[in-house]
Design a protein around this ligand. Structure first.
Ligand SMILES: *Cc1c(COP(=O)(O)O)cnc(C)c1O
Length: 610
């Protein structure tokens, strides 16, 4: 949006402004006799501080509410941006003059821009999107237009299994806009951010309590990064114990794709353990693999409740077996929405887990971030929690930083902090109970029409369930993707498609959805079952039907030509309540897999790059 609003000319003008200010400052500092980097610079100056009393200077600057970068020995680094004013530059030069006991030079504003050989000559940002929205009015309408195309939580429930799309409450989000939080640089000295520090340590403590563990690191920026951090911590632990050769990570076949990817990044070898027909870990296979690899066993990665949406009843037996053979247990905590307040990873014998604060703890997600994937660890792993090059965090035997910022995406921590403090222990527990109850209510209604894949011996699921669409293919030709698209005609975003089992939907209602909304969702899936039946019984055509042709756009519904063998009403308003809540998809179906497998350049033609 920043790029769209300013466009190429705006960005160039901002960049020139920043550069000329940096130049003005460098001239002022040089007049004071300071030695600066001679390389061509853009916005950053580097002062040779080898002969300066940097501690004294730092103290003087801080007294005047200025932080510079003193993190590198014998250097002071200053970065200018478009919010730096000429007044700021004057203050800075005056303070340096003061410190050096010299007269303040008069700052002469430069306008000269010459990057020499480093100057950019190629054209850029030529797409229409960077040219059309240069007023606030235009930009506002552009953003609104995009929002209108988006079937999001402000329209209806998104029952995206394993992703926990819950309410992101306004109260939780509002403080992010306060400058007291948003205006703090991640590297400010700790004593300048005591409020933030308090929030961070309280949140660490609360998350440790939720997981039953000893300590927490908020550094990882996603669940996957948490996995990587946790596995690096496990490796460091093994090394310290003279077990550095342990490099085998066992994981069940049902594991989320990030698990094996993180293990490989962390330098481990992945060995897959089978799942049984009922979704549980195949204990026999696990025992075999453990026996085979026990000398090099680093860890087991296990999701609990499993990605099949059930609590593995043998989980304690599993974690014990791993410990008996010298391994550690990493629990993928993406499904913590089924545990908080009822049980915890420490209970089942795990040593470390990540949490997805952007799932279980109410941070909005879906647009790629920012996420937070903290890791919580048992006492023996706490010394290895990651530190940071500039701000000390983590344990006394810390592994290197997992991300550049000491507390990861610190700003959004406020959301999870507020979520936990608003709910309190009882509220958190009630949320978990409600999430599990809602999933089981959905199951009780949907199993009358569909095959629910996994359940425990009581016929219960955890906080999500998987329904199977594979059986319909043979007779009706209908596949899970047709149902996913058709749901849009009913105003619903599809649940998780084909994970962890191909041809299925994984549904997770969360505690945020009311019974009315869940009932609407059920009625949509029940109606869709009838639509499938019409094909099965030959009442509807196998190729040309409401499911295969979905989603139906407003343009189609209101067009002069309508050649489908069913009515417009059946296409767009298959149930009465949809009239009140109609959502039109902005485009008809496109071939999903094609887009994934073929890179399509929607910008200028390739020849333009010659
Ligand atoms: C979401 C998820 C992850 C990965 O988390 P990201 O924050 O997307 O990196 C890992 N495991 C499971 C089971 C998940 O659902």
């Amino acid at each position: 949006m920043y790029g769209a609003y300013h466009g190429k000319d705006g960005l160039v003008s901002i960049a020139k402004d920043i550069h000329t200010k940096a130049k003005t400052l460098s001239q002022g500092l040089q007049q004071l006799g300071l030695k600066l980097n001679e390389n061509p610079f853009f916005d950053t100056l580097c002062i040779d501080a080898s002969t300066l009393d940097t501690l004294g200077l730092k103290a003087l600057l801080e007294e005047n509410q200025i932080n510079l970068n003193f993190f590198i020995k014998d250097k002071i680094i200053i970065a200018i941006d478009q919010t730096t004013s000429l007044e700021d530059l004057k203050t800075l030069v005056d303070l340096f003059a003061d410190f050096l006991e010299k007269d303040s030079p008069i700052l002469k504003e430069t306008t000269e821009v010459d990057f020499g050989k480093l100057g950019r000559t190629s054209d850029f940002m030529n797409h229409k999107v960077f040219k059309d929205y240069h007023t606030e009015t235009e930009l506002m309408r552009y953003i609104k237009g995009l929002e209108r195309k988006d079937l999001s939580l402000n329209h209806s429930m998104i029952a995206l299994g394993s992703c926990t799309m819950k309410l992101n409450a306004a109260t939780e989000l509002l403080p992010l806009s306060w400058p007291e939080f948003g205006g703090i640089h991640p590297f400010v000295p700790k004593e300048q951010a005591q409020g933030f520090q308090k929030l961070i340590s309280e949140l660490e403590k609360d998350l440790s309590t939720c997981t039953g563990f000893y300590a927490t690191s908020l550094q990882p920026n996603s669940g996957a990064q948490g996995e990587y951090a946790g596995l690096m911590v496990i490796s460091a632990y093994h090394k310290t114990n003279g077990q550095g050769h342990r490099n085998i990570a066992l994981m069940p076949a049902s594991a989320h794709g990030t698990n094996p990817a993180s293990a490989v990044l962390a330098g481990m070898k992945v060995v897959v353990v089978k799942n049984l027909e009922n979704g549980h870990i195949d204990l026999e296979d696990l025992k075999e693999k453990v026996a085979q690899y026990k000398d090099n066993l680093a860890c087991l990665m296990v999701t609990y409740p499993s990605t099949y949406g059930v609590f593995d009843e043998e989980i304690k037996e599993v974690t014990e077996l791993i410990h008996q053979n010298g391994g550690q247990v990493y629990m993928d905590g993406a499904n913590m929405n089924a545990q908080v307040g009822l049980t915890n990873p420490a209970n089942i014998g795990a040593d470390v887990c990540h949490l997805n604060l952007h799932k279980t703890f109410a941070i909005p997600h879906g647009g790629g971030g920012p996420g937070v994937g903290p890791i919580c660890v048992a006492k023996h792993l706490a010394p290895f929690l990651p530190s940071n090059a500039n701000i000390k965090t983590g344990g006394e035997n810390a592994i290197a930083g997992i991300s550049s910022a000491p507390y990861g995406s610190a700003l959004v921590l406020i959301i999870s902090y507020t979520y936990i403090k608003l709910l309190g222990p009882d509220g958190l527990k009630k949320s978990t109970q409600t999430a599990i109850l809602s999933a089981n209510y959905l199951k009780s209604q949907l199993e009358k029409h569909y095959n629910v894949l996994y359940q425990n011996h009581n016929g219960a699921v955890a906080h999500e369930l998987i329904i199977d669409f594979r059986p319909f293919k043979a007779q009706s030709g209908i596949e899970v993707v047709d149902v996913a698209k058709r749901l849009m005609d009913y105003g619903f975003h599809a649940p998780t498609v084909s994970f962890p089992v191909a041809g299925t939907l994984m549904i997770e209602p969360t505690e945020s959805e009311s019974k009315q909304e869940i009932d609407r969702f059920i009625s949509a899936l029940v109606e869709i079952r009838k639509e499938i039946e019409e094909i099965e019984t030959g009442k509807a055509d196998k190729e040309n039907n409401v499911l295969k042709n979905s989603p139906h756009t407003l343009e189609q519904i209101s067009g002069d030509n309508w050649d489908f063998p069913y009515s417009r009403q059946k296409a767009a308003f298959p149930l009465e309540w949809i009239k009140e809540r109609k959502f039109f998809a902005s485009v008809n179906r496109i071939d999903d897999a094609y887009g994934d497998r073929n890179l399509v350049c929607a910008c200028v033609p390739t020849e333009a790059y010659q």
